[in-house]
Design a protein around this ligand. Structure first.
Ligand SMILES: Nc1ncnc2c1ncn2[C@@H]1O[C@H](COP(=O)(O)OP(=O)(O)OP(=O)(O)O)[C@@H](O)[C@H]1O
Length: 232
């Protein structure tokens, strides 16, 4: 299984402390949903884990990788930010990924695009926002990196795109070699996929190791849990 360990991580933007002494150990999960109210620091947490931004103190380990560069090579971060040349066709963008990462699964990426009706011959710039989010997820899923951080991609998708994205995520989660950590406010959509949950709130962090057991014990959904713990 993949591991994500944070020990006493602190992060400030200027004078503003965003993450204060965050510690988390994820060792047995495949899909962890990261919850918390707007502005609490979910994006910051995902980006610093993925090595995209620095943190001030503490330590972050992804499968034992400690340095920013090593963590960036162990993980992929997907968000609504465009991180590809918008004037490439989807097919070309896939080829570029294959060149940059030889173990990238080009055939699988093309198959997913076909399944999701993403137009391989069109330029990235012609995609709708929802299609672009789906394509970003396809590129992340076809990467061989074991840990995928997803930052709220389900927002603003119509129900067909949402279903397509959940289907793709289900494919990724079924592959037991992956750990997906996804920040989302769409609890209902990801509830069935998630085997763990992490709540960020003003007083720190709370981990639900096993959502299924929690549900049985409390007879409540993730949404109920969030309203209780996360003050949504
Ligand atoms: N580059 C930055 N410079 C200064 N402040 C920042 C920067 N990025 C984020 N912040 C601040 O840090 C806090 C946490 O932001 P972050 O985007 O991590 O929260 P979030 O939980 O992902 O929010 P949301 O649910 O709205 O996406 C916010 O107050 C935000 O304004």
């Amino acid at each position: 299984m993949n591991t994500m360990i944070l020990n006493g991580v602190k992060k400030r933007y200027g004078k503003k402390a965003v993450l204060a002494d965050i510690s988390v150990v994820l060792k047995k999960h495949r899909f962890v949903v990261l919850l918390g109210e707007n502005g609490i620091g979910k994006t910051t947490l995902l980006k610093l884990c993925a090595g995209l931004i620095p943190y001030d103190s503490g330590e972050v380990l992804l499968n034992g990788a400690r340095t920013r560069q090593a963590r960036a090579q162990t993980s992929v971060y997907v968000s609504d930010e465009v991180n590809m040349d918008p004037f490439l066709t989807l097919k070309k963008a896939i080829e570029v990924h294959k060149r940059m990462e030889p173990s990238f699964d080009q055939d699988q990426a093309i198959e997913w695009c076909n399944q999701l009706a993403l137009p391989l011959a069109e330029k990235v710039t012609t995609l709708s926002t929802g299609q672009r989010h789906l394509f970003s997820l396809v590129l992340a899923a076809a990467s061989s990196r074991p840990i995928i951080f997803i930052d709220e991609l389900l927002a603003n998708l119509d129900s067909a795109k949402k279903e397509a994205m959940i289907a793709l995520l289900t494919d990724v989660v079924t592959d037991q070699s992956r750990l997906v950590v996804m920040a989302s406010h769409a609890y209902e959509e990801v509830e069935l996929l998630a085997d763990g949950a992490v709540f960020l709130h003003e007083d720190g962090i709370e981990i639900i190791e096993d959502i299924e057991t929690w549900r049985q014990q409390h007879g409540a959904s993730l949404k109920a849990l969030f309203s209780k713990v996360g003050r949504s």
